[in-house]
Design a protein around this ligand. Structure first.
Ligand code: GLN
Length: 556
């Protein structure tokens, strides 16, 4: 039978519960345990797929096409273990299932209630991960103790632990121990109160993990232990790390968190093998060189919106023994006059995925600049679509070439809606989602990066490269370096007469880990380190961009 660890949070949000859960998972995995991870989110959206990146950060996509919370990205990056549809449940998803069953007559005339029907559904969601091939399930509860929305989830985990017994289930509570400047002291009271809230609903944490800016004194630890009813040794400090989130597992291991957990769960300790991880962290902390990459996005002010992109670039840095610095540029800020200035000196340009028209002109300008000035370029999803639009307009002379997402009437729809998408009106879970096989073309930069013929990559989009323009673009020098053969879809394009210009329709950033940088990110950063090639700009069919997409498209 699988054992369970439940991680709750108190005092404030953004304590890094996801990172802590992921770090614990890594430590237990490196002691030989088979781990599964899950996040329960107490909001009413059925999944984060329909939420704005401003509200919720990036939407993380799993192999099996679930649109999930970005914490699942941490889970996968730290552990290398894939999440799935069972790894993220929201209140909306739980209620939808219960209401659908009620409509089907599944409750046989009973009054359907939060307790027991919603809590039973939550318990079933937790149990769904505890399959025979799993030793420990780690379940993170989103939100903060005391939130009204969290109550059904907390009641469900209380019942769950009651049913499986103490030695099979653990409660870990993350809290904040702030340093109050004016008093010159660290304060334990908020943590005591948050544990108090849990106690009123019948949960007594077995372990406290305390986020703090300064080291806690023994006196604080004892106070917390006494007032929160937790054993001294199980009050753990998680002080802000100096350099990187990837230092957290080492910090927790130093305080024997993994050993404490195994002891409480009555599982053998086994040996911890953290060598490879520690080595990676050392490279990350003291790299031999630096490189600056421009990321041209639309939600640039919010780092979480491009979480996996920044992480994947960091991993690529580790693979190249380099620190990757980001120049985050709001696409809408790029004008014909300032593009060279804003991109001056960057070693690489990356245009990530996105939706809606705002910022498209700026992205296309950045791509044109990278292409003409032979700066390594990496386009992802919308970034790939923009690269195709740029090439069609400025190299093939297809004036006003566009995606039908932005101009339904364009004379040259080089990016168009897939046929099966044309009749869909529902927003949730209706895109092309999850992994598809992609066959690579030999003798391309893409093939050189992956060094294999077929790869599996994750998608999240509605629009596609329009095959009607394929021949024309190929003749002008755009190489198709990856295809989904069964659907006859172009997945990767590149330019051979450029130091490194690759753009893909899928999201490679979701499959990059610090121990194994994604091959495309790795080679992109390597090309950027190689420096800009000092040769003349690539010639264009048209010298200036005549039609502004803004004139033709509805604003978003
Ligand atoms: N908006 C584009 C599409 O739907 C690109 C999506 C993305 O970048 N994830 O096809």
């Amino acid at each position: 039978m699988a054992k369970h660890i439940f991680i709750t949070g108190g005092v404030v949000s953004s304590l890094g519960k996801g990172l802590t859960a992921a770090s614990i998972a890594l430590l237990l995995k490196q002691r030989g345990y088979r781990i599964r991870m899950q996040k329960l989110d107490p909001y009413l959206n059925v999944d984060p797929g329909t939420m704005s990146p401003y509200q919720h950060g990036e939407v993380y996509v799993t192999e099996d096409g679930a649109e999930t919370d970005l914490d699942l990205g941490h889970y996968e990056r730290f552990t290398g273990i894939y999440c799935n549809q069972g790894s993220n449940y929201t209140t909306g998803r739980i209620y939808s299932a219960v209401i659908a069953r009620e409509r089907e007559g599944g409750y046989l005339g009973k009054t359907v209630q939060v307790i027991p029907h919603i809590t039973d559904e939550i318990k079933a969601a937790i149990r769904s991960l505890a399959t025979d091939d799993v030793d420990i399930v780690i379940t993170e509860i989103g939100g903060t103790a005391g939130d009204i929305e969290s109550l059904p989830f907390l009641e469900a985990i209380r019942q769950f632990r009651q049913e499986i017994g103490r030695q099979n289930g653990l409660f870990i509570h993350m809290t904040l121990v702030p340093y109050i400047q004016a008093a010159g002291e660290m304060k334990t009271k908020p943590s005591q109160q948050s544990v108090g809230i849990l106690r009123t609903i019948g949960i007594v944490p077995d372990m406290l993990i305390c986020r703090c800016e300064r080291h806690m004194e023994e006196e604080h630890r004892q106070k917390l232990a006494l007032f929160c009813n937790v054993e001294d040794q199980y009050v753990i400090e998680e002080k802000d790390v100096d350099h990187s989130i990837y230092e957290v597992p080492g910090e927790l291991a130093r305080q024997h968190v993994d050993q404490h957990i195994l002891k409480m769960l009555q599982l053998p300790e086994n040996e911890l093998d953290l060598d490879e991880w520690t080595h990676m962290v050392q490279t990350l902390i003291a790299p031999r060189r630096e490189v600056e990459i421009a990321v041209i996005g639309k939600y640039i002010s919010l780092q979480d919106s491009y979480k996996s992109i920044y992480e994947a670039l960091t991993h690529a840095g580790v693979a190249n023994d380099a620190a990757v610095n980001f120049r985050m540029i709001e696409a809408g800020d790029l004008t014909p006059d300032n593009t060279s200035k804003l991109l001056d000196g960057v070693a690489g340009v990356l245009v990530p995925g996105g939706f809606g028209f705002r910022g498209i002109d700026g992205k296309i300008r950045a791509i044109q600049h990278a292409r003409q000035n032979r700066i390594p370029f990496f386009g992802i999803c919308l970034g790939m679509q923009c690269a195709v639009m740029e090439f069609a307009r400025n190299v093939c002379g297809l004036e006003g070439a566009n995606s039908t997402e932005f101009d339904a009437e364009t004379a040259h729809p080089v990016i168009d809606l897939m046929e099966e998408q044309q009749t869909i009106t529902d927003m949730g879970g209706t895109m092309r989602l999850g992994v598809y096989p992609c066959q690579l073309t030999p003798d391309t930069r893409t093939f050189a990066a992956y060094a294999t013929e077929t790869v599996q990559e994750r998608h999240r989009h509605r629009y596609e490269f329009n095959n009607a323009y394929r021949e024309q673009l190929e003749q002008a020098g755009m190489k198709i370096s990856g295809r989904f053969v069964a659907g006859d879809l172009v997945e990767i394009v590149e330019l051979s007469d450029h130091p490194w210009f690759v753009a893909c329709q899928f999201h490679p950033e979701f499959k990059s880990t610090p121990l194994q940088a994604h091959p495309l990110f790795r080679d992109f950063v390597a090309a950027a380190i190689g420096g800009r090639q000092e040769s003349s700009p690539a010639p264009d069919a048209t010298t200036s961009q005549t039609t502004s997409a803004a004139q033709a498209c509805p604003a978003s």
